[in-house]
Design a protein around this ligand. Sequence first.
Ligand code: XIL
Length: 829
Amino acid sequence: MVKKSSLLLLLSFLSLFSSLAWAEAGEKPLQGKVINVIGDSYVRNHRRPFTEAWHYKVAERLGLTYNNYGRNGGCIAFDRSREGFGKSILQRFREMTDTADYVLVIAGHNDADKIKGSADSLAMFRDSLDALCQGLLTKYPRAKVAFVTPWAVPRPGFAEVIQTILEVCAAHGIPVLNAAATSGINVADEGFRKRYFQAPHDTAHLNAAGHDLLVSWGERFLLELNANSQGFIRGLKDAYQDYFLVGVAVNQRNIRVPEQQALICREFNSITAENDMKPQPIEPEEGQFNWQNSDRIADFCRAHGIRLRGHCLVWHNQIGKWMYLDKKGRPVSKKVLLRRIRRHIQAIVSRYKDVVYCWDVVNEAITDDPRAENPYRLSKLYEIAGDDFIREAFRAARKADPKALLFYNDYNECDPVKSRRIAEVVRSMKADGVPIDGIGMQGHYNIYGPKPEEVNAALELYRSVVSHIHVTELDVRANREMGGQLQFSHSGEGMSPELIARQQQQYANLFRVFRKHADVIDCVTFWNLSDRDSWLGADNYPLLFDKNYAPKASYFTVLDGPKTDQTAVTLPAKRENLHVYLCFGQSNMEGAARPEPQDLEGVSNRFLLLSAVDDAERGRVQGEWTRAVPPLCRPNTGLTPVDYFGRRLTEVLPDSISVGVVHVAIGGIHIEGFMSDSIGNYVQHRAPDWMKNILKAYDNNPYERLLSMARIAQQSGVIKGILMHQGESNTGDPTWAAKVKVVYERLLSDLQLRAEDVPLLVGEVVQADGQGVCIRANKQIDALPETIPTAHVVSSEGCTNGPDRLHFDAAGYRELGCRYAETMLPLLR
Ligand code: XIL
């Protein structure tokens, strides 16, 4: 999960992926590594210097040393020496340097033209490719080898070659960048070729502008390879395929400009017309339909297999006055209004039945006035027809297309008052048989709000009413305004690093909550493609792509969101297979070092935490199990010795055993803070003010919290040990050992445990080569086994510390944690 405590951490975590972050840091992420690129004229770049090619540019941006082994006309499988195009890549790959960190094969175009429809040639191609994969993996056992397919050229042979590359590479575990499916290179389109290929009839060679389209695409692929993933290039739609559709609202320009088309196809699988299907634009006068723009959008969706969200049939804005006024400008009767609404809906919905999968039937019909008694907005439509205009609209839409899902759509939908009204109106209409399938949450938010818990609460409410929720118009502006009102300021506050980080955090939070409700959320749509297109103006910076259509830091946050989720945990079926440890103490137990990316990744799903406090952002609930990804203690705490204690145990213990921890710690607390008899007094008279807030998180009784969590843990597992790191605050206190004994024995008796089954592990404090601030506490700690025979001391010698000489640094916590584990292992019975 992404850390809340520090935006900095988020940035450093993202730095793996975000060019922004590493550009700021001044170093290139793959500096000093070598890439060999082998292939045909896609690599050699035909008549142009290869320095114009996307792979060269990516290598340069990432700091890679680049070797080009392209040969115009070359094939993977076929020897073309006699035609003057040289040997096959299967023969040539041995000529590449022996050492490389990355080997990229970009070829297949000429193979496809050779194979055409011949099954024999295809079989031969498959065998050669198989041998090439084998040969590359043998020659480069340590390099990352990957393939890039040809474009989707509409000629016989190409589909087969691409499919074969995908299959054969998959069999060898070699990642493939599927250029046919993900590059957005629209080779079939003449206009596209004119602009981006070396000649209009050329279907193979991009010109410099064409290569530029692919730089961020290729860069991401290489970075993903580097991050050890399978490296299949993915857009938002792919990253979220297990969750919901990811949509975008488009204007006419977006669907005409080739690079914007490509971006849409790469990232999104649902489209909304930003304006072109609204009441007035589509039927400006009664019976006069303006289908041109909406048809273009529908055709774009049809051509690219993208789903179309219909927006919107009835709205008090962008509606022709003819709908509710007569020729003399007087309001029409209710009967006339409803008839016009029905006809309007019938015409539009039936026209796009084949491609529109859902409609925002009624938009924004609920009032914004929190004090109003009437929940409805007092629009002209409402004045004439009351809420019947809503009911009638839904009925008409259902009649026109029984298959389309029908939504009520509104903004400020996370506001507690308005959300209750929306839920109530929809609930009661549904009860009356009005065909409403879902609620659209517009999602016009900002970088300060709504808070994840507010979004979560709205979702909880809506899902109790409908089983389909769409986020229909998401954007996150860089000021304090929100909502769908058409009056707003066009300038943001100016984008500083702090605001960028806030936006990332807001997007991370929002998508985390959305993913959590993915069982009812079917689609999340961004309102516009890039900041340049945003209805809010580019200065509001609300979207994931900047005004040049380049992905922003927030893009990567959203894209990688699913990787940060803590999947629901599975507890072992047998209690004895869950080893539970109770952990308590002061700041070094709480964790004073910021976890680094390595600490957040690769935590075994056999290492579990029983949350001792709620953490809305991470979806953690007090008393429930979760994966033990840092922070273990509370939302804003750091890396603790327990992190690597658990990691080490899960490494060493058999796969059938899971390790669960309960973690309660408070910086600065004395041992008295864990003694039931003295805690009341401690909170009142001894705890400094800053500690009081932390104590509140445990209802002012940390011992009680530890105990109640331990009891829950006992239902699923067996308590095997108690880990303490405490003593700094009691340095020099001669009664400390006796007090620790009281706490330990109290725990044992409250939980009905025997000391010989449940040892106490106590870590030493920071030594700092003899300069540790509380180093005298180690004397007491080392002597503890004299008072408690089942206590075991974990040495901190050589564990590195932070500048305060009181707290360990991240490396120190890791080491100390492993030592707790090593101490525990021989004691396990
Ligand atoms: C906006 C469009 O983006 C603008 O281009 C237009 O001028 C006004 O409408 N809630 C909605 C959308 O449901 O239809 C609105 O779209 C934004 C607020």
